[in-house]
Design a protein around this ligand. Structure first.
Ligand SMILES: [Zn+2]
Length: 213
């Protein structure tokens, strides 16, 4: 995907180049996952999920291994996105394997992500169900824009922009939130948040999790 219109802070349209995260999606995802080791998922209450993560500054082998481990962990937990603090690592990086509005599969990793502010004209809210591997078993409706652009860096440190629609737009917003210390339940009303935590308490996670103290 390239040369799509987006808007800058002033609502001016400009031509932007987005990363190609759809070509060879299945092959890239399985290569990461096969090099990686699946790790247990941190859950709500673990301090690493509730504070802003550190910026990624080293784009070397250690980061590549972390990204492989994140893909392996995401697959084990059957997630469509995973932030580093969800496997207990205090670094601003997330991975995704997520379909968009047209059912096209997007696979990639973003370091130091920042969401574009969208002009009001692009802010169409979509109130689909949302869930989180760190709140196992719970789902709640949450209104979010159905279009998102995230800017950051790839695993080599090159600047990238990622564009998402529909469910993938939701994923980009959800994962970026994680790296700033926010879970989707923090965006719910008090009552809905309580309901989500109750749903979580009533069932066993279907994948390994890190027990809270
Ligand atoms: Zn999550």
């Amino acid at each position: 995907m390239a040369q799509q219109p987006v808007f800058d802070q002033d609502g001016e349209q400009r031509v932007d180049e987005f990363v190609d995260d759809t070509t060879d999606a299945a092959e890239r995802e399985s290569a990461h996952r096969e090099r990686g080791t699946s790790r247990p998922i941190t859950v709500v209450g673990n301090p690493v999920l509730h504070k802003e993560c550190q910026d990624v500054t080293e784009f070397g082998d250690e980061l590549a291994q972390l990204i492989d481990d994140m893909f392996a962990s995401q697959r084990t937990a059957e997630g469509v996105g995973l932030a580093a603090n969800q496997i207990g690592v205090d670094l601003k990086v997330f991975v995704y394997d997520c379909p968009d509005d047209n059912g096209v599969r997007h696979v990639g990793a973003v370091c130091n992500p920042v969401l574009d502010e969208l002009p009001a004209a692009r802010r169409m809210l979509d109130d689909s169900n949302e869930g989180c591997l760190s709140v196992p078993g719970a789902y709640a409706e949450l209104a979010r824009p159905d279009y998102a652009v995230v800017r950051g860096q790839d695993a080599q440190g090159n600047p990238i922009s990622v564009e998402g629609t529909g469910y993938f737009a939701r994923c980009l917003q959800h994962e970026t939130d994680h790296l700033y210390g926010y879970l989707y339940i923090d965006r719910l009303s008090k009552r809905e948040r309580k309901g989500a935590l109750k749903q979580m308490a009533e069932q066993e996670p279907r994948y390994p999790v890190v027990a809270n103290d």
